[in-house]
Design a protein around this ligand. Structure first.
Ligand code: BDR
Ligand code: CA
Length: 305
Protein backbone atom coordinates (compact mmCIF):
# COMPACT_ATOMS: atom_id res chain seq x y z
CA UNK A 1 0.00 0.00 0.00
CA UNK A 2 1.19 3.53 -0.76
CA UNK A 3 2.12 5.82 2.13
CA UNK A 4 -0.06 8.95 2.02
CA UNK A 5 2.05 12.04 2.76
CA UNK A 6 1.88 15.79 3.09
CA UNK A 7 5.13 17.50 2.09
CA UNK A 8 5.68 20.72 4.08
CA UNK A 9 8.67 22.60 2.69
CA UNK A 10 10.62 25.80 1.98
CA UNK A 11 12.14 25.04 -1.45
CA UNK A 12 15.13 25.25 -1.46
CA UNK A 13 17.34 23.01 -3.59
CA UNK A 14 17.24 19.95 -1.36
CA UNK A 15 13.50 20.38 -0.69
CA UNK A 16 12.87 20.03 -4.44
CA UNK A 17 15.00 16.87 -4.59
CA UNK A 18 12.99 15.56 -1.61
CA UNK A 19 9.78 16.27 -3.54
CA UNK A 20 11.12 14.48 -6.63
CA UNK A 21 12.15 11.47 -4.55
CA UNK A 22 8.63 11.19 -3.13
CA UNK A 23 6.84 11.96 -6.41
CA UNK A 24 8.80 9.39 -8.40
CA UNK A 25 8.51 6.54 -5.92
CA UNK A 26 5.68 4.05 -6.47
CA UNK A 27 5.13 3.62 -2.71
CA UNK A 28 4.38 7.26 -1.94
CA UNK A 29 1.14 9.14 -2.50
CA UNK A 30 1.55 12.92 -2.12
CA UNK A 31 -1.77 14.35 -0.90
CA UNK A 32 -0.62 17.98 -0.60
CA UNK A 33 2.44 20.21 -0.81
CA UNK A 34 2.51 23.05 1.70
CA UNK A 35 5.00 25.89 1.85
CA UNK A 36 6.62 27.90 4.60
CA UNK A 37 8.96 30.86 4.86
CA UNK A 38 12.54 29.67 5.27
CA UNK A 39 15.23 29.41 2.63
CA UNK A 40 13.54 32.40 0.95
CA UNK A 41 10.43 34.48 1.61
CA UNK A 42 7.06 32.78 1.32
CA UNK A 43 6.26 34.18 -2.13
CA UNK A 44 9.45 32.63 -3.47
CA UNK A 45 9.19 29.28 -1.67
CA UNK A 46 5.62 28.95 -2.97
CA UNK A 47 6.64 29.85 -6.52
CA UNK A 48 9.49 27.34 -6.28
CA UNK A 49 7.13 24.61 -5.03
CA UNK A 50 4.80 25.27 -7.98
CA UNK A 51 7.70 25.05 -10.46
CA UNK A 52 8.84 21.80 -8.82
CA UNK A 53 5.29 20.40 -8.94
CA UNK A 54 5.13 21.22 -12.68
CA UNK A 55 8.48 19.54 -13.28
CA UNK A 56 7.41 16.42 -11.39
CA UNK A 57 4.03 16.25 -13.17
CA UNK A 58 2.10 16.69 -9.90
CA UNK A 59 -0.79 18.38 -11.72
CA UNK A 60 -3.49 17.10 -9.38
CA UNK A 61 -1.69 17.67 -6.09
CA UNK A 62 -2.75 20.83 -4.21
CA UNK A 63 0.05 23.27 -3.45
CA UNK A 64 -0.87 25.63 -0.60
CA UNK A 65 0.98 28.61 0.80
CA UNK A 66 1.59 28.66 4.53
CA UNK A 67 3.21 30.82 7.17
CA UNK A 68 4.99 33.90 5.88
CA UNK A 69 6.94 34.40 9.07
CA UNK A 70 7.96 32.49 12.19
CA UNK A 71 5.70 32.44 15.27
CA UNK A 72 7.71 34.95 17.29
CA UNK A 73 10.94 36.12 15.67
CA UNK A 74 11.71 37.86 12.41
CA UNK A 75 12.10 35.74 9.23
CA UNK A 76 15.48 34.18 8.55
CA UNK A 77 16.45 33.27 4.96
CA UNK A 78 19.43 31.47 3.43
CA UNK A 79 20.49 33.28 0.22
CA UNK A 80 24.13 32.30 0.79
CA UNK A 81 23.13 28.69 0.04
CA UNK A 82 19.99 28.88 -2.08
CA UNK A 83 20.50 32.26 -3.81
CA UNK A 84 18.09 35.18 -3.86
CA UNK A 85 15.37 33.15 -5.63
CA UNK A 86 15.64 30.33 -3.07
CA UNK A 87 16.35 28.08 -6.05
CA UNK A 88 19.24 29.61 -7.98
CA UNK A 89 20.67 27.51 -10.82
CA UNK A 90 17.94 26.19 -13.12
CA UNK A 91 15.68 28.52 -15.13
CA UNK A 92 12.48 29.17 -13.18
CA UNK A 93 9.56 29.51 -15.61
CA UNK A 94 6.23 31.04 -14.60
CA UNK A 95 4.48 28.01 -13.08
CA UNK A 96 1.40 26.53 -14.74
CA UNK A 97 0.26 24.97 -11.44
CA UNK A 98 -2.05 27.32 -9.52
CA UNK A 99 -1.63 27.87 -5.80
CA UNK A 100 -4.61 26.90 -3.60
CA UNK A 101 -6.71 29.74 -2.28
CA UNK A 102 -6.78 28.14 1.18
CA UNK A 103 -3.99 28.52 3.72
CA UNK A 104 -1.57 25.59 4.03
CA UNK A 105 -2.69 24.85 7.59
CA UNK A 106 -6.32 24.57 6.45
CA UNK A 107 -5.28 22.22 3.64
CA UNK A 108 -3.26 20.07 6.06
CA UNK A 109 -6.23 19.95 8.42
CA UNK A 110 -8.61 18.89 5.67
CA UNK A 111 -6.30 16.19 4.31
CA UNK A 112 -5.73 14.83 7.82
CA UNK A 113 -9.39 14.80 8.84
CA UNK A 114 -10.78 13.44 5.57
CA UNK A 115 -8.30 10.68 4.88
CA UNK A 116 -9.24 7.10 5.73
CA UNK A 117 -5.65 6.34 6.67
CA UNK A 118 -3.46 8.30 9.05
CA UNK A 119 -1.07 10.55 7.17
CA UNK A 120 2.70 10.93 7.32
CA UNK A 121 3.88 14.54 7.30
CA UNK A 122 7.35 15.18 5.91
CA UNK A 123 8.60 18.61 7.01
CA UNK A 124 11.79 19.89 5.41
CA UNK A 125 11.60 23.56 6.40
CA UNK A 126 10.98 25.52 9.60
CA UNK A 127 8.17 23.92 11.62
CA UNK A 128 5.85 26.97 11.68
CA UNK A 129 2.95 25.37 9.78
CA UNK A 130 3.04 22.17 11.83
CA UNK A 131 3.08 24.17 15.08
CA UNK A 132 0.14 26.27 13.88
CA UNK A 133 -1.77 23.09 13.04
CA UNK A 134 -1.08 21.70 16.54
CA UNK A 135 -2.48 24.87 18.09
CA UNK A 136 -5.41 25.29 15.67
CA UNK A 137 -6.70 21.73 15.58
CA UNK A 138 -5.05 19.20 17.93
CA UNK A 139 -7.55 16.56 16.74
CA UNK A 140 -6.24 16.90 13.18
CA UNK A 141 -2.65 16.88 14.43
CA UNK A 142 -3.32 13.56 16.18
CA UNK A 143 -4.11 12.05 12.76
CA UNK A 144 -0.43 12.46 11.85
CA UNK A 145 0.85 8.90 11.87
CA UNK A 146 4.45 10.08 11.86
CA UNK A 147 6.18 13.40 11.38
CA UNK A 148 9.48 13.01 9.55
CA UNK A 149 11.56 16.13 9.87
CA UNK A 150 14.86 17.37 8.56
CA UNK A 151 16.23 19.53 11.33
CA UNK A 152 18.51 19.81 14.33
CA UNK A 153 21.49 17.66 15.24
CA UNK A 154 24.38 17.57 17.67
CA UNK A 155 26.10 20.43 15.85
CA UNK A 156 24.91 23.51 13.99
CA UNK A 157 25.20 24.91 10.49
CA UNK A 158 23.48 28.29 10.91
CA UNK A 159 25.09 29.05 14.24
CA UNK A 160 27.63 26.86 16.05
CA UNK A 161 24.69 25.46 18.07
CA UNK A 162 21.77 25.46 15.66
CA UNK A 163 20.69 23.92 12.38
CA UNK A 164 18.86 26.30 9.97
CA UNK A 165 15.31 24.85 10.06
CA UNK A 166 15.16 24.80 13.85
CA UNK A 167 16.90 28.17 14.20
CA UNK A 168 14.49 29.79 11.73
CA UNK A 169 11.56 29.06 14.09
CA UNK A 170 12.68 27.53 17.37
CA UNK A 171 9.42 28.41 19.13
CA UNK A 172 7.53 26.39 16.52
CA UNK A 173 9.98 23.51 16.85
CA UNK A 174 9.53 23.56 20.63
CA UNK A 175 5.75 23.22 20.23
CA UNK A 176 6.12 20.39 17.74
CA UNK A 177 8.65 18.37 19.77
CA UNK A 178 6.37 18.71 22.81
CA UNK A 179 3.20 17.79 20.88
CA UNK A 180 3.25 14.03 21.34
CA UNK A 181 3.27 13.43 17.55
CA UNK A 182 5.58 10.47 16.77
CA UNK A 183 8.68 12.09 15.28
CA UNK A 184 11.54 10.79 13.16
CA UNK A 185 14.37 13.29 12.94
CA UNK A 186 17.05 13.48 10.29
CA UNK A 187 19.48 16.00 11.75
CA UNK A 188 22.82 17.17 10.47
CA UNK A 189 24.58 14.09 11.93
CA UNK A 190 22.95 11.94 9.28
CA UNK A 191 22.41 14.46 6.48
CA UNK A 192 26.12 15.30 6.45
CA UNK A 193 26.64 11.69 5.34
CA UNK A 194 24.21 12.15 2.41
CA UNK A 195 26.83 13.76 0.21
CA UNK A 196 26.39 14.27 -3.52
CA UNK A 197 29.61 12.84 -4.96
CA UNK A 198 30.85 13.82 -8.43
CA UNK A 199 29.92 10.38 -9.75
CA UNK A 200 26.37 10.68 -8.41
CA UNK A 201 25.99 14.09 -10.05
CA UNK A 202 27.29 12.66 -13.35
CA UNK A 203 24.84 9.74 -13.10
CA UNK A 204 21.96 12.18 -12.65
CA UNK A 205 23.14 14.31 -15.57
CA UNK A 206 22.81 11.26 -17.87
CA UNK A 207 19.15 10.58 -16.97
CA UNK A 208 16.98 11.92 -19.83
CA UNK A 209 14.07 13.26 -17.77
CA UNK A 210 13.11 16.87 -17.01
CA UNK A 211 13.26 16.19 -13.29
CA UNK A 212 16.80 14.77 -13.57
CA UNK A 213 18.04 17.72 -15.62
CA UNK A 214 16.48 20.12 -13.10
CA UNK A 215 18.15 18.18 -10.26
CA UNK A 216 21.50 18.27 -12.03
CA UNK A 217 21.28 22.07 -12.28
CA UNK A 218 20.21 22.32 -8.63
CA UNK A 219 23.14 20.17 -7.49
CA UNK A 220 25.56 22.16 -9.59
CA UNK A 221 24.57 25.38 -7.77
CA UNK A 222 24.31 23.64 -4.39
CA UNK A 223 27.83 22.21 -4.66
CA UNK A 224 29.36 25.61 -5.45
CA UNK A 225 27.39 27.31 -2.65
CA UNK A 226 28.50 24.74 -0.06
CA UNK A 227 32.08 25.08 -1.18
CA UNK A 228 31.99 28.89 -0.88
CA UNK A 229 29.95 29.16 2.33
CA UNK A 230 31.11 26.09 4.28
CA UNK A 231 34.32 25.02 2.45
CA UNK A 232 32.79 21.59 1.88
CA UNK A 233 33.83 20.01 -1.42
CA UNK A 234 30.72 17.80 -1.56
CA UNK A 235 27.32 19.17 -0.51
CA UNK A 236 25.17 17.38 2.09
CA UNK A 237 21.75 16.91 0.49
CA UNK A 238 19.67 17.14 3.64
CA UNK A 239 15.96 17.09 2.87
CA UNK A 240 15.56 13.88 0.83
CA UNK A 241 16.78 12.01 3.93
CA UNK A 242 13.42 12.84 5.56
CA UNK A 243 11.66 11.12 2.63
CA UNK A 244 14.07 8.19 2.34
CA UNK A 245 13.67 7.41 6.04
CA UNK A 246 9.95 6.80 5.39
CA UNK A 247 10.46 4.83 2.18
CA UNK A 248 13.37 2.67 3.30
CA UNK A 249 14.04 2.83 7.06
CA UNK A 250 16.42 -0.13 6.69
CA UNK A 251 18.94 2.24 5.03
CA UNK A 252 19.30 4.03 8.36
CA UNK A 253 20.29 3.29 11.92
CA UNK A 254 18.40 5.04 14.68
CA UNK A 255 18.72 6.11 18.29
CA UNK A 256 15.75 6.83 20.54
CA UNK A 257 16.00 10.15 22.32
CA UNK A 258 14.26 12.89 24.15
CA UNK A 259 14.67 16.17 22.26
CA UNK A 260 14.21 19.63 23.70
CA UNK A 261 14.58 22.86 21.72
CA UNK A 262 16.49 25.81 23.14
CA UNK A 263 14.49 29.04 22.78
CA UNK A 264 16.09 31.21 25.46
CA UNK A 265 19.86 30.73 25.14
CA UNK A 266 21.82 33.84 24.22
CA UNK A 267 24.27 31.83 22.08
CA UNK A 268 22.32 28.61 21.66
CA UNK A 269 18.89 29.69 20.30
CA UNK A 270 17.58 26.89 18.09
CA UNK A 271 19.82 24.14 19.46
CA UNK A 272 18.27 20.68 19.72
CA UNK A 273 19.22 19.27 23.12
CA UNK A 274 19.33 15.51 22.53
CA UNK A 275 19.22 13.11 25.46
CA UNK A 276 19.77 9.47 24.51
CA UNK A 277 20.57 8.26 28.02
CA UNK A 278 17.09 6.93 28.75
CA UNK A 279 15.70 6.45 25.24
CA UNK A 280 12.77 8.72 24.39
CA UNK A 281 10.00 9.30 21.91
CA UNK A 282 12.03 10.72 19.00
CA UNK A 283 13.63 8.33 16.51
CA UNK A 284 16.84 10.00 15.43
CA UNK A 285 18.53 8.72 12.27
CA UNK A 286 22.27 8.61 12.94
CA UNK A 287 23.71 6.62 10.01
CA UNK A 288 22.72 6.19 6.37
CA UNK A 289 23.70 3.87 3.52
CA UNK A 290 24.68 6.65 1.12
CA UNK A 291 24.91 4.44 -2.01
CA UNK A 292 21.43 3.02 -1.56
CA UNK A 293 20.08 6.48 -0.69
CA UNK A 294 21.28 7.87 -4.03
CA UNK A 295 20.02 4.72 -5.74
CA UNK A 296 16.51 5.60 -4.53
CA UNK A 297 16.82 9.17 -5.81
CA UNK A 298 18.16 8.04 -9.21
CA UNK A 299 15.26 5.59 -9.60
CA UNK A 300 12.67 8.28 -8.77
CA UNK A 301 14.25 10.70 -11.23
CA UNK A 302 14.01 8.01 -13.93
CA UNK A 303 10.32 7.49 -13.13
CA UNK A 304 9.38 11.19 -13.44
CA UNK A 305 8.62 13.17 -16.62
C1 BDR B 1 18.15 22.74 5.97
O1 BDR B 1 18.14 24.15 5.78
C2 BDR B 1 17.78 24.46 4.46
O2 BDR B 1 18.65 25.41 3.93
C3 BDR B 1 17.79 23.18 3.68
O3 BDR B 1 16.75 23.20 2.71
C4 BDR B 1 17.54 22.13 4.73
O4 BDR B 1 16.16 21.94 4.95
C5 BDR B 1 19.56 22.30 6.27
O5 BDR B 1 20.00 22.89 7.45
CA1 CA C 1 14.48 22.83 3.41
Amino acid sequence: MKTPVIMDMDPGHDDVIALFLAAGHPDMDIRAVTTVSGNADIGKTTRNALVAADTAGLDKVPVAEGAGRPLVRMPEHAPSIHGESGLDGPALPVPAHMVEERHAVDVMEEVLLHSEEDITVIATGPLTNVALLCRKNPKAARRIRRLSIMGGGTFGNWTPAAEFNIYADAEAAEIVFASGIPITMCGLDVTHQALASESVVERIKEIPTMAAQFTYELLDHFQRAYEERFHLALPPVHDPCAVAVCLAPSLFTFESADVKVETAGKHTYGETVIDTTAGGPVQIAVDIDNDKFWGLIVQSLKNLP
